[in-house]
Design a protein around this ligand. Sequence first.
Ligand code: AMP
Length: 424
Amino acid sequence: MSFTDYKLHSTITAGITSCGYTTPTPIQKEAIPSILEGRDILGLAQTGTGKTAAFVLPLLQRLLAGPRKKVRALIVAPTRELAEQIHKNIGQMAQHTGLRSVVLYGGVGKQPQIKGIRSGAEIVVACPGRLLDLLNEKVFNLRAVEVLVLDEADHMFDKGFLPDIRRIIKQSPRKRQTLVFSATMPKEIRHLAEDILHNPITVQINHTLPAPSISHLLYQISKTKKTALLKNLLTEKEMASTLVFTRTKHKAKSLALQLQKSGFSATAIQGNLCQSKRQLAMDGFRNGTFKILVATDIAARGIDVSGISHVINYDMPDTAETYTHRTGRTGRASRSGQAFSFADHEDSKMIALIERNLGKQMAREAVPEAVNNFKPTKPVGNRNTFSKNSKNDTTRSKKSASAPRPKKQRSKASSFDFGLGRRD
Ligand code: AMP
């Protein structure tokens, strides 16, 4: 099976070649023929399966046939990162077609986005809030939309976007093709799908199973020793590119700072960052300037960085599905990857759920002796590096950003390295 079997327009095939795709992935094989026939689709696909190309390629084929300079396709995504990524992916696949896309999300100025629409984009990729703003301000309308795509619908529901989605759907023509993609199928999404899809084909690719190319390792470790274990693994194992997940924004920020201070090439992405800083962190991680990205779940949704070799759950996720999403950031498009999870006794229920979902046990790894013997330093006021209190973390990082650490503090910090050495 190759892309030529779909008889796509030669300009699209040229785009596929520039992307370096040779064989369609399973979701592409399943979805592309039905979308080309004009059918509605409910796609249940795990992360990293190639679902963007699965809907973009037939979309481009359809748009090539009709009028230009009208918004004829609308793709709605829950996060700026995912919207940006879809837009970039379209840019690659559509580069020889003359079709244009524009991306709309909040947190940045409206004017360039308005200019993009007015200059005649045929495809709009948008987050719900900014899209509704621009529609309400009558910058453009959805009257010419032929294809509507809702990507990561379960995540839109998690973020409380479903009322916005229904408002957006109301403004688009009843006669249209609708494609809904979701990694999981909570009942709210099933109801939405039943309401908006017409006689859909369901395409399901192992939707709750993490990609088989990932190995799953579990470290049972107390909270106070997690940072020590992280530094040990980053030093001892060969990790080309590592994504570390924390539960809170504050922890993401403070952990990245701690890693930087120990000489690791780390940055953080979390919801409190403005869009330009998020982009800088993402770009730096993508181009290898930073080897380690510390992130929260919300910020990490939609991150598609090829070649992430390791995902580390510094804090365990809240659901088994989130575990799938996180670990799906490695092992993408059939590459192999490793997922390390740090868990203490409070996480045992979640481990059981994840293992049920995986259909197997995670490999139990012994905690290195150096980490086991490590004694966390006693808290010093609110400057405790191993603080459980996220507020303390922020206080410390704010202070450390503006003032050099006092000598006493510096010597304590170096004790956390316990001779692991430094790495750039
Ligand atoms: P997605 O699930 O759309 O985020 O895609 C995951 C990754 O797979 C992205 O880096 C895509 O560029 C890549 N990809 C998509 N389709 C193919 C394909 N047919 N062959 C190889 N890589 C692909």
